[in-house]
Design a protein around this ligand. Structure first.
Ligand code: ZN
Ligand code: FE
Length: 241
């Protein structure tokens, strides 16, 4: 696999993702929330940053961009339809675009729901999905600018991806998501096993991500919702859980 992804914890519960393309050595960072933490991670990985990928405009996903730009010369990639709310884009993407990242291609998937301009990135050569705040382990993003219908449609866009795809999401929300998931789906054995694994990882101070899409398909109640109405009911229940 040419591309690997490393979780970089920042702020209280954000993950930026450091992507490395092994053939050319190119390095990218997805959703840098915090400048100093992002720079420390880039330096630890060799002091090179070729690209910044943004999933959406919230400050906890773009806050570290100015600091990275003042130190490195990365190209900034984001949704052209949401350019006015994003840092200045060098590559303004649209649905289905393939962005060159060394020897690999990064596919742009429009996933409007959490925000109207939210996009996700998929890297086949590495089996990596970067869903930002669209999907978390055992959960999905809040519906700030979209409807349950939008979120249902966004999640369906991941249906054709291989089960071994690694989900590299924007937040460490898994433990609280697991409590809600077990509450609404108490008979799910795979979910119970995942929940136990999550507790052990957090007790050891380790990230619960990435997780495989196959595991999420077994355990994530939002991904498993059969229609938009069920998803909307789950989302509303989670908001008040
Ligand atoms: Zn957000
Ligand atoms: Fe966020």
């Amino acid at each position: 696999m040419a591309v690997t992804a490393q979780a970089i914890p920042m702020r209280s519960d954000n993950y930026a993702w450091l992507l490395t393309e092994s053939i050319t050595g190119k390095v990218a960072m997805v959703d840098p929330a915090d400048g100093p933490a992002a720079i420390a991670a880039v330096e630890a990985a060799g002091g090179r940053l070729d690209m910044i990928l943004l999933t959406h405009h919230h400050d906890d996903h773009i806050g570290g961009v100015p600091a990275l730009l003042s130190r490195y010369q990365p190209v900034v990639v984001g949704n052209g339809m949401d350019a006015e709310r994003l840092p200045k884009l060098d590559i303004a993407t649209h649905e289905g675009d393939l962005v060159d990242f060394g020897a690999a291609k990064i596919r742009v998937i429009d996933t409007p729901a959490h925000t109207s301009g939210h996009i996700s990135y998929y890297i086949a050569d590495g089996g990596i999905l970067l869903p930002g705040d669209t999907m978390f382990s055992l959960g999905c993003g809040r519906l700030f600018e979209g409807t349950a219908e939008d979120m249902f449609r966004a999640l369906r866009k991941f249906d054709d991806l291989p089960g071994e795809t690694l989900i590299c999401a924007g937040h460490e929300y898994t433990q609280s998501n697991a409590r809600f998931a077990c509450h609404v789906d108490p008979g799910n054995e795979a979910l119970r096993a995942r929940s136990g694994q999550v507790d052990a990882l957090r007790a050891a101070g380790r990230p619960t991500l990435p997780v495989s899409l196959a595991s999420e398909r077994e355990c994530n109640p939002f991904l498993r919702a059969p229609d938009a109405q069920v998803l909307g009911n789950l989302r509303a229940a989670k908001d008040n859980f």
